[in-house]
Write a protein that binds this ligand. Structure first.
Ligand SMILES: [Zn+2]
Length: 234
């Protein structure tokens, strides 16, 4: 046993690390979430060909090659704690860990998502300053640890500060979002690259659709989408 492992085992005895979802003590090999909670994540199985309601949510507005979301998100789900933790509790390491877990699961199911470039949905600079980080960048890191690909934060910019989506009714969300992003051309060779847009949660798909449209307008052709969670009813 390495000294580092001994120290963390002793620390666990006095200050047990707890599962974010159920609150039970984690074993030394577990991180953030216990094995049994990981097993009970309400998976969408979109990557296995289940009816893909995330894809349908923005189908009329934008086209993506593939759309994947790991788990269903709802108001009363105990798994909301995960999202809350990496979004509002500074737990960006959890975002990276979940990105990794999802990518590993896709790989073990035989799914490979080509990702020359990984583009996290950008936050408006004001909101990023307030939060201190963009959670989608960390999900992207986790995804890239498994699938590879360069994380690019220079191609897609957020040009408009939007109100929180959850406060708006579905009808208003598209108006709020549709011109919130702008894509840049860094090198025309990039148009042919396989791009994966990454976000934490998709609800109506308005944010993702606006990102796809901004990229396509400039000439980017191969765009897929991956989000950790998908809220079917919000
Ligand atoms: Zn648990």
């Amino acid at each position: 046993m390495r000294l580092k492992d001994i120290i963390s085992a002793v620390a666990d005895l006095f200050y047990p690390r707890l599962c974010i979802v159920c609150g039970s003590a984690l074993t030394s090999s577990e991180k953030h979430i216990c094995t049994s909670c990981i097993a009970s994540i309400p998976r969408t199985n979109f990557h296995l060909g289940a009816r893909n309601s995330a894809e349908e949510s923005f189908a009329g507005k934008a086209y993506a090659n593939r759309v994947f979301s790991w788990f269903f998100h709802s108001h009363d789900s105990k798994f909301n704690k995960l999202i809350y933790s990496f979004k509002y509790n500074n737990n960006y390491k959890l975002a990276e860990y979940l990105g990794e877990l999802y990518a590993k699961e896709m790989l073990s199911d035989g799914i490979k998502l080509n990702s020359d470039y990984i583009i996290p949905v950008p936050l408006h600079p004001k909101r990023k300053r307030k939060r201190g980080y963009n959670q989608s960048v960390h999900i992207a890191k986790g995804f890239s640890n498994i699938f590879g690909g360069d994380i690019r934060e220079d191609i897609l910019l957020r040009t408009k500060e939007t109100e929180t989506q959850t406060k708006k009714i579905r009808f208003d969300r598209w108006d709020n979002m549709k011109d919130a992003f702008e894509a840049c051309i860094i090198n025309e060779c990039d148009f042919e690259k396989e791009i994966v847009i990454i976000d934490d949660v998709t609800t109506t798909g308005s944010t993702i659709a606006a990102c796809i449209i901004a990229l396509r307008e400039k000439g980017y052709k191969n765009i897929s989408v991956l989000t950790l969670a998908y809220a079917e009813k919000w």
